[in-house]
Design a binder for this molecule. Structure first.
Ligand code: ZN
Length: 411
């Protein structure tokens, strides 16, 4: 599809209306690459038209980020300055509607020491995470993508830049259901309703365990938290009742499993891009809920580092169901961007869980949520386990077993 101003405008409107669902009088915080300035202006205008009180823009730059890591030392980069902390505090007061536009070059930080990256990530998270926790469930947010040339070239290295960008746009528009004909806002409503119906079905089943099997070697069992809910697509800002879509695209239905209670081996079915580096053809074996061994054809050291990022990075924070018919999967290439890649097929995430899946979860402290079985960690890294033959059974407390997935899709 030709990327006309009309198409871009309908995308910007979709992000502001269906994604963030900006409400009258809300402050909006837009994070976007400086390379995407014209789209930022369009998007800010759509936010204002939707009633935003003020749209604040945080400009990002891959080039500057890389320079920081190349030249500045890790102590400097890991330090959260008082003004940055004040900004985070202000956010807790304003509870802005946050919009993130992903367009990063997946190789932006390639070659930077993983130790430096993880040190900086850890140090900053130590200061900023409490603020992030404080706004959880109390604001609307959405992540959507805007194809940049470097990102597109990473996905389609054989093509010239223009062709690559066009191909990536075609994929992005397909996954966000913009076809230039139908109303994307209505298409999202229908999609969101389908996902909600599946989530409602899962919530009724009262499964105690999920059991995964695939010919690739996946043989795994994970325990669920009895009153944790399955959620998907839409979320609701419980402070003002505004519904929003955190990820565009989104295909998954997810919950947080009982941390520390899973057994067996999960074999990855797609490469995992972490800290700008690839981990490929890997499997992770769990015992008593913890990753006890892992094996990767490529990126073994990186995978080990990831699992050891902190005490609980070795435990699961998410299980998610995505049928193989997902448009992201149908695109058939690796996006090198979790926003897309995690919507390709069934996955789990190592690291932090979501306390909001618990009844009254938003009001629980991280410690309280942890006591209820929600994992807490500075990482949350998804990896894909869905395959064309993946079978998942739900097992209730009384032992009754219900097929949930067969041949990679809803049974
Ligand atoms: Zn997920």
């Amino acid at each position: 599809m030709k990327i006309t101003q009309e198409i871009l405008r309908s995308y910007a409107r979709l992000i502001a209306r269906s994604g963030a669902n900006v409400q009258q009088g809300q402050v909006v915080q837009l994070s976007i690459a400086v390379d995407q300035a014209p789209f930022a202006v369009m998007l800010a205008e759509e936010c204002y038209k939707a009633g935003a009180k003020k749209v604040n823009v945080e400009w990002q730059s891959d080039g500057i980020s890389r320079l920081h890591f190349q030249y500045a030392d890790q102590e400097t980069l890991g330090t959260v300055l008082p003004w940055e902390e004040a900004k985070a505090k202000q956010m807790v007061e304003d509870l802005p509607c946050r919009i993130f536009i992903a367009s990063e070059d997946p190789d932006a930080l390639a070659g930077i020491s993983p130790d430096k990256l993880s040190y900086v990530g850890r140090s900053r998270a130590r200061v900023l995470k409490p603020y992030r926790n404080a706004i959880d469930g109390k604001h609307q947010w959405t992540i959507a993508a805007y194809p940049s040339e470097k990102w597109a070239k990473k996905c389609f290295p054989e093509d010239d830049a223009e062709t690559a960008v066009q191909k990536l746009w075609d994929a992005v528009l397909k996954t966000v259901r913009i076809d230039g004909e139908h109303d994307p806002v209505a298409a999202w409503q229908a999609h969101s309703d389908f996902i909600s119906a599946k989530a409602a079905w899962l919530n009724k089943q009262q499964f105690r365990y999920l059991r995964y099997r695939s010919e690739n070697g996946t043989d795994f069992r994970v325990e669920l938290i009895p009153d944790a809910r399955w959620e998907g697509a839409g979320a609701v800002n419980k402070r003002n009742g505004a519904s929003y879509i955190p990820n565009m695209p989104t295909e998954e239905i997810f919950t947080s499993p009982l941390a520390g209670s899973c057994e067996g081996t999960l074999v990855s079915t797609k490469p995992l891009s972490w800290n700008s580096q690839l981990i490929e053809d890997f499997s992770i074996t769990f015992a008593d809920g913890k990753a006890v061994s892992c094996k990767a054809e490529k990126g073994q050291e990186l995978l080990e580092k990831m699992i050891a990022m902190d005490e609980n990075a070795c435990m699961l924070g998410e299980v998610a169901l995505v049928p193989k018919e997902s448009p992201v999967n149908q695109c058939g290439f690796l996006f090198y961007e979790t926003l897309f890649d995690e919507n390709a097929c069934c996955h789990v995430a190592l690291g932090a869980g979501f306390k909001e899946v618990l009844p009254n979860g938003d009001n629980l402290s991280t410690e309280e949520a942890k006591a209820r079985g929600i994992n807490d960690s500075i990482i949350h890294v998804d990896f894909m386990v869905g395959s064309d033959d993946l079978a998942i059974d739900g097992v209730r407390a009384d032992g009754t077993t219900v097929p949930v997935f067969r041949s990679g899709t809803w049974a």
